[in-house]
Design a protein around this ligand. Structure first.
Ligand code: BJ8
Length: 426
């Protein structure tokens, strides 16, 4: 089937057409090299291949259709932004492009060079006119997590209005009260933007849809614990990445189809690797689409990634919102409680993250942990010291990697990972 020409839509969105063509060509080639050359992929991954191929096409067309119907698109950069409230007012929540080394020259005109790649990426995507999601967004929501992000949002606001949620840094009762105030204020802002009220009925529905999405991802995460795992870490990461872009109900349905196939594989003892392949847990900074570098390095070095302790992974799917709330107030409280459990390294102290990593290493039967920090990400880089210490105390091998989005260090990373895998095996 001939591919539809989306250029008129991209032009209307104000994208830089020439740069955008180049971006799609680079991404298409990277996807072919990294994803399509994998052996023994589950058939149901074809759905994800399709979503990727249409991420800037059909999905954007769907968003534009929603907008024509009077529904709003809300763009986000962080798992603290409660999708439940966005769905309640008939909105669509989308993650904004932040996972590729793109528009760096533009980004470095407004940001210091030694800024984390994720921040430079979202700024670059916006300034170079390459992210159709931010162009389609009616509201962009930032958050005061790390210093780099919160200061960058002040600059981003000059180019696209950015609403910022204040995230507490600790987890006392006072912090919970602050966070509740933020959630209520965000609800008001959504009501203002959409002209719709959050009611117990529509919020209940929003909670249910997001919980169902998280349940499907939890199911996938459980299945990966099988020996041998029936899906590669690259494919599982892709699923978690697409969770931020796709329609949540359709996505959930398709992930259950994938899980059915994977369970069948497990029943038949079929895996994507041989028995005895080292199993790796990747922990740390989020790997936003299309940042596939770490699982690519690991899985082309003879190991398999069996879990991600990350916001594009367990951190955003582990906890559900309680569904027993009857009044709006009870549901809001349930949302506040659920989001206060997120163990981002921006919090201090953050002991629960260490416990989660140890639990996940055990449950996923990981032979070793790779702690990944995006270069210049202070929260995760600094916290890696405590993570390493806790893992060493449990005699779990750990390798710390800091890297940006460029591919120049892939050879060097492979050498380090291969040496680490020798140790893991031994
Ligand atoms: S809840 S991890 S999605 S903030 S990598 S920009 S922390 S310097 S992304 Fe994150 Fe929300 Fe936390 Fe998750 Fe800063 Fe680090 Fe860059 Fe980061």
């Amino acid at each position: 089937m001939e591919k539809k020409d989306y250029r008129p839509m991209w032009k209307d969105l104000g994208l830089n057409l020439e740069g955008h063509d180049q971006l799609l060509a680079v991404l298409g080639n990277a996807y072919k090299d990294i994803y399509m050359l994998q052996e023994n992929r589950p058939k149901a991954m074809q759905y994800l291949d399709f979503v990727i191929s249409e991420a800037h096409g059909l999905r954007i067309e769907e968003l534009m259709e929603e907008k024509r119907k009077g529904n709003k698109v809300i763009g986000t950069f962080c798992v603290y932004v409660p999708e439940e409230l966005i769905l309640a007012v008939g909105g669509t929540c989308v993650g904004l492009c932040a996972g590729a080394e793109i528009g760096i020259d533009e980004a470095e005109k407004v940001l210091p060079r030694n800024t984390c790649a994720l921040i430079k990426s979202f700024m670059g995507f916006k300034l170079a006119g390459l992210c159709p999601y931010i162009q389609a967004s009616d509201l962009v929501v930032g958050e005061t997590t790390c210093d780099g992000k919160k200061k960058a949002y002040e600059i981003l606001n000059d180019y696209k209005e950015t609403y910022v949620m204040e995230i507490p840094q600790m987890k006392t009762e006072r912090d919970r009260a602050l966070w509740k105030g933020e959630i209520l204020q965000f609800k008001d802002r959504l009501q203002e933007v959409t002209g719709r009220k959050v009611t117990p009925e529509n919020l209940r529905q929003g909670i249910k849809i997001v919980n169902e999405k998280r349940r499907a991802l939890q199911r996938l995460s459980q299945i990966r614990r099988a020996v041998p795992p029936p899906i590669s870490g690259l494919d599982a990461l892709l699923v978690n990445q697409i969770a931020f872009y796709d329609d949540p109900i359709r996505f959930t349905r398709n992930i259950h189809t994938l899980c059915d196939e994977l369970e069948e594989r497990v029943r038949n003892g079929m895996g994507v690797t041989k028995n005895g392949t080292p199993r790796i847990l990747v922990s740390g900074s989020p790997m936003a689409l299309p940042n596939w570098k770490i699982p690519y390095v690991v899985e082309t070095s003879g190991a398999i990634v069996v879990a991600e302790e990350s916001c594009v992974g367990e951190r955003s799917t582990r906890d559900l919102v309680r569904e027993d709330g009857k009044t709006l107030g009870e549901m809001i409280d349930a949302i506040v409680d659920r989001y206060m459990k997120i163990d981002c390294a921006c919090f201090t102290p953050n002991e629960e993250r260490i416990e989660h990593i140890l639990d996940l290493a055990r449950d996923s039967k990981a032979n070793g942990v790779i702690h990944y920090s995006i270069q210049f990400c202070t929260p995760y880089s600094v916290e890696s010291y405590k993570v390493e210490k806790a893992l060493q105390q449990k005699s779990i091998p750990v390798l710390k990697i800091e890297s940006d989005y460029g591919m120049e260090d892939v050879g060097q990373l492979k050498t380090r990972v291969e040496a680490f895998l020798e140790m893991v095996k031994g």
